[in-house]
Design a protein. Structure first.
Length: 91
C-alpha cells in the first residue's frame, strides 16, 4: 500500500520503517542473488528463463532464490522483533 493511502501518521511511519528495512536488506544481497530476485519476482520470469538469461543452471537459480527468501525473511523478522526479544536468527 502506498504511504499516501495510510491515514494515521503513525501508520505511515511504521510502513516507512518497514520499507527502509526491506530496501536495506535488498541492498545487501550479492549481485547474482539480486539479479535472480529482480528477474524472477519483479519481472515474473520462470526459473528456466532466469537461468537462460543469466547463463547458469536452473538449480543455481533455485538456490539463489532460496537464499534471497531466507535473507529477506530474516531481515524483516529481526526488525519486527520487540526490543529485548530474540529474533529467529538469534537461535
Amino acid at each position: 500500500m502506498a504511504l499516501s493511502e495510510k491515514k494515521a501518521p503513525a501508520e505511515k511511519f511504521v510502513q516507512f520503517e518497514e520499507s527502509v528495512t526491506l530496501f536495506t536488506a535488498v541492498s545487501r544481497l550479492p549481485a547474482h542473488h539480486l539479479d535472480v530476485m529482480v528477474l524472477k519476482h519483479m519481472r515474473g520470469m520462470s526459473d528456466a528463463a532466469v537461468a537462460d538469461v543469466l547463463g547458469v543452471p536452473v538449480v543455481a537459480v533455485s538456490s539463489a532464490d532460496h537464499y534471497v527468501q531466507q535473507h529477506l525473511t530474516t531481515a524483516l523478522r529481526s526488525e519486527q522483533a520487540p526490543e529485548g526479544t530474540p529474533s529467529d536468527s538469534d537461535h
